[in-house]
Design a binder for this molecule. Sequence first.
Ligand code: ARG
Ligand code: ZN
Length: 879
Amino acid sequence: PETATLPIRLADYRAPAWRVERVELDFELGIDATEVAAKLLLRRDPAQDEPLRLEGEQLELLSIALDGQPLPATAWRLIEGGLEVDGARDGSVLETRVRVHPAANTALEGLYLSGPRESGFLLTQCEAQGFRHITWFPDRPDVQSTYTVTLRADRARFPVLLAGGNPDGAGELEGGRHWARFVDPHPKPSYLFALVAGRLEKIERDYRTADGRNVQLKIWAEADAIDRCHYAMDALERSMRWDEQAYGRNYDLDVFHVVATHDFNMGAMENKGLNIFNAKCLLADPDSSTDDEYRRVEAVIAHEYFHNWSGNRVTCRDWFQLSLKEGFTVFREQSFSADMNSAPLKRIEDVSLLRRAQFPEDAGPLAHPVRPAEYREINNFYTATVYEKGAELVRMLAGKLGAAGFRRGTDLYFARNDGRAATIEDFLDALGEANGIDLTPYLAWYGQAGTPRLRAHGEYDAARREYALTLSQHTPPGAGQPHKQALPIPVKLALFGADGRLLPLHLDGQTSTGGTEAVVVLDRIEQRYVFRDVATRPVPSLLRGYSAPVILECDYAPDELALLLTHDPDGFNRWEAGQQLAVRACDALRDGTPPQAVAAWCDALAALFDDAGLDADLLADLLTPPGEIELAERESVVDPTRIHMLRQQLLQHLAVRIGIDKLDARYRALAAQSTAALDAASQANRRLKQRVLQLLALLDPARACSHATVQYRHAPSMTDRLGALTVLARHDTARSAEPLAHYRAHYANDPLALDKWFALQAQLPGEGALARVQALEADPAFTLKNPNRARALLGTFASGNPTGFHRVDGAGYRLYAERLLALDALNPQIAARLATAFNGWQRLEPRRREAAHASLTALAAHDKLSRNLAEIVGNMLKS
Ligand code: ARG
Ligand code: ZN
């Protein structure tokens, strides 16, 4: 059975015995059956004596020939997951013909159909190992080939034919058929192959690269969505310019295609010259997209475009190196988004995501290093650790080298590895060599799982006017690593006087002394730093800008955090002080200890609420305490209902402290300015308005719901509409029925808007959540076959509704496990991804833990689980 698959190990890497220099692919496209003819020019590694082995799955073999001669059945054989061929030599040409079945492909990997069979279109998804579902091939990223692709199809049914590379001819065929050919001059691994065929509309724009190439940018979507592609086109142009300036990277083909589909397992895919996007990450217009979604479209467009260099021109040697392209590209996107929008806000958003998604991963049974040592199913390793923690590692390196040094380093990395399949060592080598620095100590970050704890303890000696800061680190054992080593942890810091002013720093052994900010790198278990000439007992601001992905443990007094929350000019650390203070406040409420922290948090925020000089969006973030998942991460025994209540209590205290009149007045003032405009100020206005309305609802639900009813009716944007609906659904079930029904009818033909309708309701907390989810499953628009829809309802329920999913009676787990099973039969990647919602089950209080364990065990006992789901469930149960 699949469950018995052996893990693949990084340590076992071997260079390919056979490469493919050139590949010609011919597709006879059809919805039910497509025939693929492949012609491979083979190159043999003279140092290895291995038979020719090609990967292939679910392929119907029609013919096979070597060097022009049909191969007798004795000269080839099917092996586990592939094909073995005798008699090949260096320079041999292998020709195969296979048949595949796009419409029956519900896994959405390889060639598949998006949409209904009468009107939908064909497309491919190959990363990581989808190409082997299309043809026989050495399907591994260190085999790079030039591609010539010819598509043939019925013209009426498939008027648009696209593949990666430059167009190289097109024409008519008999019987209403036509053809189109594409040549990609840049050798690429098979995971970057793509084709699209069907009825699509486009928008286009001419672009001239900094190095003088004329490029046609084309964004494709189905007719009803094409008008929602303009924002993505603008974002694409911004991304291309930015990469030219920030990294000196120019685009390298004559065309760049982007295609939107509603049927996609992930966010988007960087196929060479033909990016394919989940419509959710591409389409945007004020009527159906929220502000957050606009920013996400901009970010994902940038991410996929940036892959053209960090991923495509320089690719990965093997899938263990995935973070080489993903961590780096996420970092590049984060820097771009920070430049396009508010930098501190972007940082807050990214760190929140890291804490919400990656910290739990690092702390639970799915923990793995940024560069994993082994896997069974690579699709399970497109994780927050590889992406988000990976980006943090690149950020540390960039911080260490400084802007100019980092650019020198990336220039060398791209120059030296262009056209290669590289490793993380290659990356560190280039960055280090360009700067005469040895960066190998940072390699340890890539190989060690778990979030380091950074302890900070300060002592002030008034007589000597010295402040001694002791930093120490500890990473809890886990992920098969009982003893963790010390890592280099860059700590950016500043000291504040009691009046809230920054103090000049005189640090022993530090060159740039006298400034107000310094970076120290803790590279051993413990280190003491002595600051001289410190006039008063200081309050340290540590890890400024979140300079390392660690958990800071510092014995601040509540009023010290309040001081930072009020005065720290580092927007991120100001927010961070508020987060820490809120956590302390929750602890006080939980333990019934004197609520000093509650008062300190509420007082500081009430003052900031009145501060006209504070940005509306920063204020909105300051008014938001850590989410329930983050709070749960701090507990050794988790009761999700209790955490939910505590957080609500804390918000209640805040609302009371600010006061009903101020909240109401601020809401009205913000509502009076409401427009559909997308500029930063308007977005900030909407964000703050929503926070204020939510706080008001805690004090006076009736009044808040009246506001929300009006806001829903007159909302000029989706952000306002959804915000109003959320407040109504949370605080007045009866009054929310009508607008919910209105929304359902109004957006009946807009899948992305409907997803939001499902997600909003799946998130409503409390006892009734499960019944609500079951009722929503009966909605005719619900289907497990569409990943976005399944994620919107089931994924949101399990990962975004702690009190609903974690019902004490275990009914949430049972329903969810049943759905995972049904999903697994259709789409293993999605089933495995959704199954990670069980992460953290071991720390649940005993009744829930029992129930979750029972559901997981029942799942594991199933004998037909996909390799994807089996690996996740298996790891989840590993003690
Ligand atoms: N490379 C794509 C991106 O980050 C994601 C591909 C995910 N593939 C997968 N099998 N999960 O941009
Ligand atoms: Zn990526």
